[in-house]
Design a protein around this ligand. Structure first.
Ligand SMILES: Cc1cc2nc3c(=O)[nH]c(=O)nc-3n(C[C@H](O)[C@H](O)[C@H](O)COP(=O)(O)O)c2cc1C
Length: 255
């Protein structure tokens, strides 16, 4: 399974075999951490691998899955930093999926050192060998249909359709799927759905993180089809106050 295929077969794993993983695999993961694609080069994202074998770490927070390992994610406190963190984290999650390792984002858990190189821990990701099934068929995933996520201004080409399918599969906090797209033949305007009433800050930060995960799927799918994707922020849209969504970026595709 390659990383693109992993997008379609990954599911969150919440039960793990409490056994160590191979040293080489953990070493590969460390190398991946040092070589991630970045969404915004001005945003620093740090990771720490936390060994929980023998339950040494002090997990805090609701909805935690007991796992042999956790990846702690550290970033700054800005919307673009949360997006960048999601973008980076999902590359690691999908990498682990290709290695037959289960993962689950744990938005409200804090484990291990709460700070790294001046960055605060935002969330953790549990990982390890799954107890039970690791993969699933894409049809089993609870995701909104593309018809509800996209407003089509042009008929997208074959590759752009596949890229949007990959975006749709992104995991999100509470499975909220906040992304919305306005689709033209060669470009996609990306929006984040607005909530009807105000939510706590953690909720909004988590949604930015979700958007980063989704943008990572787009980047990996574009790579799979040898398409260039340029990410732009268009000031005229960024300044505008939309009723139902917040403008995030414009993606321009060319092969
Ligand atoms: C940022 C983020 C935070 C999440 N937090 C939790 C959590 O605290 N507990 C949990 O069990 N699942 C959590 N999840 C997993 C989602 O519930 C899951 O991805 C979503 O329901 C879709 O299911 P799937 O990953 O199996 O496709 C989180 C996912 C994301 C992306």
């Amino acid at each position: 399974m390659n990383i693109f295929e992993a997008i379609f077969s990954r599911r969150s794993v919440r039960k793990y075999v409490m056994e160590p993983l191979e040293t080489e695999l953990l070493e590969q993961l460390r190398k991946m951490i040092d070589n991630l694609s970045v969404l915004d080069s001005s945003c620093k994202v740090e990771f720490a691998i936390i060994d929980n074998l023998g339950k040494k770490s002090q997990a805090k927070g609701l909805l935690k899955a007991d796992a042999p390992y956790y990846l702690a994610v550290y970033c700054e406190d800005t919307p673009i930093a949360y997006r960048s963190a999601g973008y980076a984290a999902e590359q690691l999650v999908l990498y682990l999926t290709t290695k037959e390792i289960g993962t689950c984002y744990l938005g409200s858990a804090k484990i291990g050192p709460r700070e790294k190189n001046g960055l605060k821990q935002f969330l953790v990701i549990s990982f390890g060998r799954a107890e039970g099934t690791l993969y699933r068929d894409m049809e089993e995933a609870h995701r909104m249909p593309l018809a509800s996520l996209c407003t089509y201004k042009d008929e997208p080409g074959e590759y752009l359709k596949k890229i949007l399918k990959a975006a749709r599969m992104a995991p999100s906090s509470l499975n909220g799927q906040p992304w919305r797209f306005i689709v033209y033949a060669d470009r996609v305007y990306v929006f984040m759905r607005k909530e009807a009433f105000p939510h706590p800050k953690l909720f909004t930060s988590m949604r930015q993180f979700d958007m980063g995960i989704m943008l990572c799927h787009i980047m990996l799918a574009a790579e799979e089809f040898w398409m260039n994707v340029e990410t732009m922020t268009e000031e005229q849209y960024a300044k505008k106050n939309y009723k139902n969504g917040e403008y995030i970026c414009t993606l321009v595709f060319n092969s």
